[in-house]
Unconditional design. Structure first.
Lengths: 395, 176
């Protein structure tokens, strides 16, 4: 990481960012005057009137009458033709609302795809079958099996059980007969059925309806959303959703995602909503006879990771220490050393974590003081914030 | 409506500065500025916003980068935006001109970064938001912000050092 090219590149990047910040910005326009208001003013007086527009204006009464007749005919046709057909827009809105109100669900997801580590690199394929259980407010269980693998059951190959956001989790490997306990990391879960909740934002923008069909004996209404047409950066390209006509909750979903680094097709089926889930599903007791492979010393493990080769991992380790470790001498000492890491991101994260440890990390104040003069603005800002936390909480 | 006007009068300049810095095109910046506040009016439940400056910075950054990407796709080439804005009235020494070019290269490369990387980088490195503030706006934890920024910086560093590494017109990496 002490690659001189990196240091040179960093210096250049900082110089460019600084120059960018210094570039002139045009005067702030009068906030009361908007572009569209200006455009309206233009159409009323300044813009020349085209001959076509003049002709339209001359015949405006005849045209208006014709338009009214046409509109009435169209309205009649829509009433006759689409009487009982829900509009995709409202169907999506109702679906999003119903999903948000859900108390529990269970579904099966089958994923098939390929991905590469980098564009043009060798392809790896994946085929997974997962059963997902979710119970409000934040209990989650995933039972999954990598298809095509040696695992033949019984049961799933792996289970990840998380009974709550701020509770310990357990990952059970049935093929190896091992389990690993994971500390709470405060990571947010998505709201029910994750992506579905966000579909509400596509209201009125479904590409096309797919009509009706029966799914598991229920009358379903289908529609397709070309997500990336609406939001070019949406992770999914297209989503085909079939919702229950009565409950508005999804019955089947087919998602396709394509990028240069991979392609994933996911089918979500057998969706059961608001069912009574056995609390034992979220029980953290491992199956009898399984070996505990939890690192005995998580903090030690993180401190070791803090000295690893990859700065991204060192940064995560530094952050995790701030979130979960007690302010012991080895932790504070490890983070103080990380303040001199060759990577600025790790330095900033170490400073942040020292702040999280509070007044007990006061031994690090001289190092943080030094970091206040660092060339990197992130390091400076994290150090200032950490110093404030350590000193403020100490009062 | 009064609330919106108050928000706009208090934070309008901040949004304007952000969109101008990214777009460097006066007309497009005006449109983007208005889009941001239309979105606030239409879609943002005002009671839920705890930190308006941070929220607006993020929204302005996202919408401006969206526009930058669209401009890029539409034109399919390296576009330096409104040149009159980029060049100052008093052209400086060659170093300044070179820096201007590098700034344009950075702005261009921003559109080739995955969305969250670009946003996290801009908000933190240019707008000066802390990791925590960025994380709160993007709905991710601080460590992920660190990783995103690290990756963005690595990529930008590489391109600035050797512009041939840039991939003008290549697809997006949406799965970051």
């Amino acid at each position: 990481m002490s690659n001189p090219d990196n240091a040179q590149g960093d210096a250049l990047l900082e110089q460019v960012i600084e120059h960018l910040r210094q570039q002139e910005i045009p005067d702030f326009p009068d906030p009361e005057i908007t572009v569209r208001e200006n455009a309206k003013k233009m159409t009323s007086s300044d813009r020349p009137i085209s001959p076509l527009w003049r002709m339209v204006m001359d015949r405006r009464w005849q045209l208006s009458a014709g338009a009214m007749v046409g509109l009435a005919a169209l309205l009649g046709f829509l009433l006759l033709w689409g009487g009982d057909m829900a509009r995709p827009a409202s169907a999506m809105e109702r679906m999003a609302e119903a999903v948000r109100k859900a108390k529990s669900y269970k579904y099966t997801s089958n994923v098939k795809g390929w991905f590469t580590e980098k564009p043009g690199g060798p392809r790896s394929t994946t085929e997974t079958s997962t059963t997902k259980y979710w119970l409000a407010p934040d209990s989650l269980r995933l039972d999954y099996t990598l298809l095509g693998d040696k695992w033949k059951g019984p049961g799933p190959e792996m289970s990840n059980i998380a009974p709550g956001l701020n509770k310990w989790k357990i990952n059970i490997d049935n093929s190896a007969k091992t389990f690993r306990r994971m500390p709470p990391n405060g990571r947010r879960y998505f709201s029910p059925l994750d992506r579905l909740d966000s579909f509400g934002s596509f209201s009125g923008k479904a590409d096309r309806e797919l009509g009706s069909k029966k799914i598991n004996g229920r009358e379903a209404l289908g529609f397709v959303i070309a997500a990336q047409k609406i939001d070019p950066f949406h992770p999914l390209e297209t989503m085909e959703i079939w919702i229950d006509r009565q409950t508005n909750l999804p019955l089947f979903i087919h998602c396709v995602s394509e990028t240069e680094n991979g392609s994933i097709v996911e089918d979500i089926s057998n969706i059961q909503w608001n069912i009574d889930l056995d609390p034992k599903l979220f029980d953290l007791t491992p199956p009898p006879g399984y070996t505990d492979v939890t690192p005995k010393d998580v903090v030690g493990y993180l401190l070791q990771a803090l000295r690893g080769a990859d700065p991204a991992y060192r940064s995560i380790a530094a952050c995790s220490l701030g979130k979960m470790a007690s302010p012991t001498e080895p932790v504070i000492s490890g983070l103080r050393k990380a303040l001199s890491d060759s990577d600025k991101g790790v330095q900033a994260m170490a400073a942040w974590s020292l702040g999280q440890l509070g007044p007990a990390a006061k031994d690090a104040l001289p190092d943080l003081q030094k970091a206040l003069n660092d060339e990197d603005p992130n390091v400076r800002s994290a150090a200032a914030s950490a110093r404030e936390k350590i000193e403020h909480r100490g009062k | 409506m009064n609330d919106l006007e108050e928000i706009r009068s208090r934070h309008g300049r901040l949004v304007w500065n952000t969109v101008c810095r990214i777009l460097r095109d006066y007309t497009e910046s005006l449109d983007c500025y208005q889009d941001v506040f239309c979105e606030v009016l239409e879609r943002t439940p005002q009671a839920e916003v705890e930190n308006w400056p941070a929220y607006l910075r993020w929204l302005a950054t996202r919408r401006a980068i969206d526009r930058l990407r669209m401009r890029q796709r539409r034109q399919g080439r390296f576009d330096s935006g409104d040149v009159a804005l980029v060049q100052t009235s008093n052209p400086g020494p060659s170093e300044t001109a070179q820096l201007n070019e590098l700034v344009e290269l950075l702005r261009h490369e921003l559109t080739n970064l995955p969305q969250r990387q670009a946003e996290a980088f801009w908000l933190n490195c240019v707008e000066g938001m802390t990791y925590e503030e960025v994380g709160r706006q993007l709905g991710i934890d601080t460590s992920t912000v660190g990783v995103l920024i690290h990756r963005a910086r690595r990529r930008l560093r590489t391109v600035l050092m050797d512009p041939r590494q840039g991939n003008c017109g290549e697809g997006d990496h949406r799965h970051e």
